[in-house]
Write a protein that binds this ligand. Structure first.
Ligand SMILES: *[C@@H]1O[C@H](CO)[C@@H](O)[C@H](O)[C@H]1NC(C)=O
Ligand SMILES: *[C@@H]1O[C@H](CO)[C@@H](O)[C@H](O)[C@H]1NC(C)=O
Ligand SMILES: *[C@@H]1O[C@H](CO)[C@@H](O)[C@H](O)[C@H]1NC(C)=O
Length: 176
């Protein structure tokens, strides 16, 4: 009886995972690998696709859809994260405030990216990537954040750079 329960729990967990993550077909996995190898964090790039693609053989447009949607969602989360850090920030407010400014620019551009995608204006998405890169450049990470050994904005900036690289690479594929 006990064994049976353990098996049942194991099976349910397996089922939940297989529903949540669409296993990509060989050709798609190959394109994903090519795209992600051109970014500075292959693992993060792969996770974005693995967690959000809902079919095993997505089109290039589906890949772009996931990318613009996640870019907007993650950068909005980052902006919220900075605002929570600012609440507890002491002497180092100015560094975080710069990052808040930076992520306002990043968010605006990524939000516009979703809007362009929905209008089928894929080429326009490429023009926004410069805004994102400029924005990230404003968020320096040479300050301490209370409670963190490593400035957490280093990881956030890296994720943003991966997302903007993904938009650039897939945006080119879709619009050419
Ligand atoms: C993409 O995947 C992440 C991680 O599983 C999840 O939190 C997020 O809600 C997904 N995005 C969408 C738009 O469903
Ligand atoms: C983009 O993805 C969303 C789900 O995340 C879906 O509702 C929408 O129809 C997709 N848009 C296109 C143009 O494929
Ligand atoms: C992108 O940057 C340009 C030049 O700074 C600015 O005029 C434009 O409003 C920005 N667009 C978005 C969507 O942030």
């Amino acid at each position: 009886m006990k064994m049976y329960r353990i098996l049942l729990v194991f099976l349910s967990i397996t089922l939940v995972y297989s529903v949540a993550e669409a296993l990509l077909d060989g050709k798609t996995q190959q394109s994903v690998n090519v795209i992600c190898k051109k970014t500075i964090d292959t693992k993060f790039c792969n996770e974005v696709f693995a967690n959000n693609l809902t079919t095993s053989s997505p089109s290039k447009k589906d890949l772009l859809n996931v990318t613009v949607t996640e870019a907007e969602r993650i950068s909005a989360n980052t902006y919220f994260f900075i605002s929570t850090l600012l609440r507890d920030a002491g002497d180092e407010r100015s560094g975080l405030q710069k990052c808040a400014e930076a992520y306002e620019i990043v968010n605006t551009a990524f939000t516009e990216g979703v809007s362009f995608f929905n209008q089928g204006l894929y080429g326009e998405i490429l023009k926004l990537t410069g805004n994102v890169s400029n924005g990230v450049g404003i968020c320096k990470t040479d300050f301490n954040v209370p409670g963190y050994h490593i400035n957490p904005m280093m990881e956030k900036n890296r994720e943003t750079e991966v997302l903007v690289a993904m938009e650039k690479i897939i945006g080119h594929m879709v619009s050419s």
